[in-house]
Write a protein that binds this ligand. Sequence first.
Ligand code: UTP
Length: 287
Amino acid sequence: MRVRKAVLPAAGLGTRFLPATKASPKEMLPVVDKPMIQYVVEEAKQAGMEQIIIVTGRGKRAIEDHFDTSYELEDILEKKGDEELLQEIKRISNLVTFCYVRQKEALGLGHAILCARDMIGDEPFAVLLGDMIIDSHKPALSQVLETYYRYKGPVIAVEEVEASEVTHYGVIRPEGLGNGVYKVLDLVEKPSPEDAPSNLAIMGRYVLTPDIFDTLEDTEPGRSGEIQLTDALKNLLAHRPLYAYLIEGKLYDAGSKLGFLKATVELALKNRELGGDFRDYLKGLQL
Ligand code: UTP
């Protein structure tokens, strides 16, 4: 069955980015010239998604407004005759069909996905984390989708990380199947470097099958009181094979301050309009 719906969980509290996220959603922080969530929405569209379900929470209204039509702004730009900016503003609201569902309390990524259950129904779907930007030749979600269509089972994106970094991520125990594809034998959430089964960390893109919802319902909250998607995927392993795909591209965890800075600098250097001047500016800095 073709995957046409994507869930973007964006209801987290963004505590790693306080105080910037006290009153503004972290997903709306601009990376170069657009909010980070727009990179993720554009990736989903490029990968063929027709409907995007954004899971929001309190204080996240700006996300809805960003992807909505802005009559006043369009009117002002039209009167000013700024055709280029007008088209760009219209393009954002015409990207795909958007639906919104509220997560009343930030009870974890697994719980956020469960909030989209009614809107997904009984079909496979994609999940893209709204604070993970992936700069790649082929959209990262398309890479994961190809693996899904080939192996006909749920697929998670992974990336190789330094051994010292595994403590920040969910990590898989892999069995290599070739061409960047792995069968997942086990998943461990935030292991110590000594206990990590590999250095392949789970990285914010998933293609899931609807049976994940029942598994999520049955998954107990973890230590932090949150329902973790990694725990549910581990439970799912008892019933069906799960696959992982090693993403080709540069991943930025823009929900962390350092990841955000890296994304800003590197994407600004690649920006057609700003890249040249920005490079000259950086070269001139007395570091
Ligand atoms: P993160 O852990 O990266 O986001 O969750 P967070 O909870 O906002 O950030 P910190 O750790 O407090 O700084 C991964 C993704 O899952 C979403 C987040 O919005 C983010 O996109 N999420 C997380 C939810 O939608 N609901 C939750 O309850 C938790």
